[in-house]
Design a binder for this molecule. Structure first.
Ligand SMILES: Nc1ncnc2c1ncn2[C@@H]1O[C@H](COP(=O)(O)OP(=O)(O)OP(=O)(O)O)[C@@H](O)[C@H]1O
Length: 260
């Protein structure tokens, strides 16, 4: 099995604060991980490391067979697809949806390509169809609903055919219909054997799609538990992660939690 992410004792320290504390974590190429933890646990910081946005203060971060700090991050970033609220804010409201997807390589490389070839345009259209927003290709990004924007962002993240897909709270801000619809699409993606290794960050077990294989529970920069989903996502571990006695149920592959 090839490791896509291989962190060994990775810490991130900012001033007096330890954002990540000796994290060791391996993601293999067929894995689909969910990272769960309360506000401030370090989830976004962890994604910043594995998207080659920041370097560890200490420890070793292996990414796609390279070691962060010994390789040009501009070579690594096109191999990683990332969606986050911060990145979405950088898509101009006036940008047509098709262009927002086809220009993904510009976003990761910081380099504008004068012309995209026909295959790029076809791939962008296929991805928009796959994410069920093909009919919105001619609309501008600013006119889309929150749920539609999330889908366009995922299409954009997949445009460079990444080896690692990182989704930071993809269902945040969606209503129930929007969430359920997105979870269904994410389930298709997670169960697609040709999809890249995936890491999905969320606060809510209800947002875990079918096809997720592993879970990492994070609290105050430390791993509470990590491993295969069923063995890791237990009421005990989740209660420890959120500092709240919780009951946890799983029905037909979907999860829900509530306070005891
Ligand atoms: N530059 C910094 N200096 C000091 N503390 C920081 C810095 N950046 C982030 N933090 C703190 O690190 C902690 C982890 O932040 P992070 O954004 O990774 O958490 P998170 O799990 O993604 O939270 P949320 O679920 O609220 O998005 C937070 O307490 C945050 O305030």
């Amino acid at each position: 099995m090839v490791a896509v992410v291989d962190l060994a004792d990775v810490s991130i320290v900012r001033g007096q604060a330890t954002l990540l504390d000796e994290i060791s974590w391996r993601v293999d190429e067929t894995d689909r991980w969910v990272v769960i933890g309360p506000n401030g646990a370090g989830k976004t910081t962890l994604l910043q490391v594995v998207s080659a946005q920041i370097h560890p203060t200490s420890g070793v971060a292996g990414l796609l067979g390279e070691v962060l700090g010994t390789v040009d991050v501009f070579d690594l970033r096109p191999r990683i697809g990332l969606t986050s609220a911060a990145l979405a804010d950088r898509i101009p409201k006036s940008e047509p949806v098709h262009d927002a997807v086809v220009s993904a390589s510009y976003a990761v490389l910081g380099r504008w390509r004068e012309d995209y070839d026909q295959l790029d345009h076809e791939r962008a259209d296929e991805l928009l169809d796959q994410l069920r927003v093909g009919h919105l290709a001619e609309r501008t990004f600013g006119t889309l609903s929150e749920g539609e924007r999330k889908r366009v962002q995922i299409a954009r993240a997949l445009m460079t055919d990444p080896e690692l897909l990182l989704l930071d709270e993809p269902a945040a801000g969606l209503d129930l219909t929007g969430r359920e619809s997105l979870v269904r699409t994410l389930s298709e993606l997670a169960q697609d054997p040709y999809a890249p290794a995936t890491v999905l960050v969320t606060h809510h077990v209800e947002e875990i799609p079918l096809g997720i294989t592993h879970a990492l529970l994070l609290k105050q920069g430390r791993i509470v538990a990590a491993g295969p989903l069923e063995a890791t996502l237990t009421a005990e571990n989740l209660s420890a992660t959120f500092d709240l006695p919780l009951s946890l149920t799983s029905e037909a592959g979907r999860w829900s939690a509530r306070a005891l």
